[in-house]
Ligand binder design. Structure first.
Ligand SMILES: Nc1ncnc2c1ncn2[C@@H]1O[C@H](COP(=O)(O)OP(=O)(O)OP(=O)(O)O)[C@@H](O)[C@H]1O
Ligand SMILES: [Mg+2]
Length: 222
């Protein structure tokens, strides 16, 4: 499903990832851990295609994402959802409209948009807030709406960057359960976190980075 071969990433001379080789199978739940600056966000951005590797190759569903034709990019993006490290909802729009955005971009009909948005909101227990402005939500509610927006296209792969940062332990626990449920329905999940409690709760494969190098890979199917 996701294949990295000897991937190295430099940002203006700064080494963020060094010679990382990693294979993630369909349906896995992979936790990406490591200290601040280890390269976790960089790894997820490379898989999402929002950064390009300096060296090496990345295959996502057998497509080399560095060599995609521009016309293939929207297709690939639709198969992936990304929950960013910082919440990024549009504050001047409602919960419904925030979640609908990826579907509006795809040009779906309004009936279909309503059905998919309400399914996604139910999945994160936020359907009762569909008409609320994003700006008035609590941190945990905002994070749940971000997850709804990331899953609204029924992605095959869900990438989540520190999705429980700044949340209290109970909310972090609930959101982690949500990711487990999404994974149990067949979505491949890669979640970057510093949080030990989440690593224990998920009990999945743990990939650790240190200064851009992959130092351990435990709990995989292989
Ligand atoms: N756009 C950028 N330009 C220059 N350097 C960058 C950029 N993005 C990341 N870096 C550098 O690359 C390295 C890896 O950063 P990255 O954000 O991937 O780490 P991280 O493991 O996600 O850290 P954190 O846990 O703090 O989120 C860091 O040294 C960082 O300073
Ligand atoms: Mg990060």
């Amino acid at each position: 499903m996701i294949h990295l071969f000897h991937v190295t990433k430099y940002y203006q001379g700064c080494l963020a990832l060094h010679d990382v080789t990693l294979r993630v199978e369909k349906g896995e739940f992979v936790l990406v851990t490591g200290p601040s600056g280890a390269g976790k966000t960089t790894l997820l951005k490379l898989i999402f295609g929002s950064e390009v590797p300096t060296e090496g190759q990345i295959l996502v569903q057998n497509r080399n994402i560095a060599r995609l034709r521009p016309s293939d990019i929207p297709y690939l993006r639709r198969t992936m959802g990304f929950v960013l490290q910082e919440f990024k909802l549009l504050p001047g729009k409602t919960v419904f409209d925030n979640v609908a955005l990826p579907l509006i971009i795809r040009g779906l009909s309004s009936t279909e948009i309503t059905r998919k948005v309400m399914d996604a909101l139910r999945g994160v227990s936020m359907e009762h807030k569909k008409t609320a402005w994003a700006s008035v939500l609590s941190a945990g509610e905002q994070q749940r709406v971000c997850i709804a927006r990331a899953i609204v296209n029924s992605p095959l792969i869900l990438l989540a960057d520190e999705p429980t940062g700044n949340l209290d332990p109970q909310l972090a626990h609930d959101i982690t359960e949500l990711f487990k449920a999404i994974n149990a329905r067949g979505t491949t999940v890669m979640l970057a976190t510093h949080n030990r409690q989440i690593v224990e709760q998920v009990n999945g494969r743990v990939v650790s980075l240190h200064c851009g190098r992959l130092v351990t890979d435990q709990g995989g199917y292989r």
